[in-house]
Design a protein around this ligand. Structure first.
Ligand SMILES: C[S@@+](CC[C@H](N)C(=O)[O-])C[C@H]1O[C@@H](n2cnc3c(N)ncnc32)[C@H](O)[C@@H]1O
Length: 275
């Protein structure tokens, strides 16, 4: 008996989805692979950091649809992110090659690209994520930090407040979205000094109040330089802090040797040497 063919007729083109990162700095961070996904797409959805970057993308493709207008003060960001998934998937289901272009890395602190890829794959469409240079990558370069030296924890700042987490003050701590810290509604575009004071109070369990923290903003335009401010932890509520800034807390303690484990390893080394 002939096995029924699962392949589609030639005249039906299956939709597909690629979520790519544009990197942080306009023009200089775009990888050849991300560029090729953009060039080959039928339609582009853009979740970018500013209007200038969006205009630059428009020069690369005739059908760029901005995702920015879906953000609104008072509207839950989760509702916006679900809309982004629906917008992309509607075109995928219509048989289009869809490319979602997001600033930085499309999978770092970005819900919609992960979700859209999950949904597309579950429905049998081809879906791919293409990495990009993230704020994290720029931060290591601009601040001269190697995460391998003392270790490095990353937290979404609000999550650090909402849940019991264990901070290791012997390593670096990177806090994302501090400009929105403590926003339980997911509907605010910024929170203020009182919310940052709650964060400082929490951090003061592990760090002295005069411990130096770094407020970092990587360059998004080639003419810009990174903005790096070093302030004592206690001043965090007092300064202006934009939503696109990231806070880095350097180590406050020396690494403590784990003597029990070191002894165990020594015993293993000795046993190996006797074999
Ligand atoms: C929704 S996340 C997006 C991150 C992005 N996908 C990436 O790969 O970097 C937004 C957060 O990223 C960080 N961020 C965004 N732009 C930045 C910049 N220019 N410099 C430093 N951090 C930035 C901030 O912590 C901000 O709150």
């Amino acid at each position: 008996m002939k096995t029924p063919s699962l392949s589609l007729p030639n005249d039906i083109r299956r939709g597909s989805l690629a979520c790519v990162g544009l990197g942080m700095t306009l023009g200089s961070h775009l990888t050849p692979l991300a560029r090729s996904h953009i060039a080959q797409a039928d339609v582009i959805f853009a979740g970018l950091s500013d209007g200038i970057v969006e205009m630059w993308l428009e020069r690369m493709h005739p059908d760029v649809r901005s995702l920015q207008p879906y953000y609104q003060e008072g509207k839950s960001r989760m509702k916006t992110y679900r809309q982004w998934v629906d917008l992309m998937m509607t075109e995928v289901r219509a048989g289009k090659r869809v490319c979602g272009v997001f600033y930085g890395h499309p999978g770092i602190f970005a819900w919609s690209p992960h979700k859209a890829i999950e949904v597309a794959r579950a429905e049998g469409f081809e879906a791919h994520m293409e990495p990009g240079i993230s704020a994290e990558d720029c931060l290591y370069a601009d601040l001269g930090i190697d995460p391998g030296r003392f270790g490095c924890q990353h937290f979404e700042a609000s999550q650090l407040l909402f849940y019991e987490r264990r901070i290791d003050p012997a390593g670096y701590l990177v806090l994302w979205q501090v400009g929105l810290v403590g926003d339980r509604s997911l509907a605010r575009l910024q929170t203020g000094p009182a919310y940052r004071q709650v964060l400082v109070d929490l951090l003061s369990r592990d760090y002295p109040l005069d411990h130096e923290v770094i407020i970092y903003r990587g360059a998004t335009l080639p003419i810009e330089k990174p903005r790096i401010r070093r302030i004592p932890l206690c001043d965090l509520p007092l300064v202006q802090l934009a939503v696109e800034e990231t806070v880095v807390v350097p180590p406050a303690e020396a690494l403590k040797p784990n003597l029990a484990i070191q002894e165990r390893l020594e015993a293993l080394d000795k046993a190996d040497a006797l074999e």
